[in-house]
Design a protein around this ligand. Sequence first.
Ligand code: GRF
Length: 207
Amino acid sequence: MRILPASNVGVLISGRGSNMLVILDAQARGELPGVVRTVVSSVGSARGVLAAHGRGVPVAIHSYRNYPNQTAFDEAILETLRRAEVEVVVLAGFMRVLGNRFVTEFANRIINIHPSLLPAFPGLDPVRQALEYGVRVSGCTVHFVDEGTDTGPIIAQAVVPVLPDDTHETLAARILEQEHRLLPQALGWLLSGQLEIVDHRVIVHSS
Ligand code: GRF
């Protein structure tokens, strides 16, 4: 299935927001074929909230604990995204699970950045998982979000060597550099209508 071009982006964050910022930077340079209409944070005090304000992007805070259940949480975020006419959702360090209802409404229009070479080390703290396992290479993955945890079709990956003296901090920083390159690139492909999903595989068309 070829994914149709889109323009309006919503970015979901929970923390520092550096991946959100590289998307906003790409937009400011005229290199993103779309516009970030809104940022949603699941954490009110997240550094990314201030950063988004600084760029003049509307920010909505939806903290899970303010809702009675997953459905209400999902619905609140969906309502924010609908109001902003968002067509494509980017999970950029968003630390909450989204329910099936959310994934269905934005089917094949949600992407996530994960700091490991999926399907290795899904879930929480993949950098620690990679170090503990002793792999020689790790990296990052941009993938479509489906109902599973980090299981959706893979759009792009970058490999990062794991060095003998790596700590969590040094490896995470080296992977983050690649995230910052990969995420705007993959988002650009999605917005320009260059992606096709065939079974579980993603084909990147040149135009
Ligand atoms: C990134 O490593 C991302 O892959 C992970 O959480 C981190 C978020 O960083 N899911 P930032 O908030 O974009 O700076």
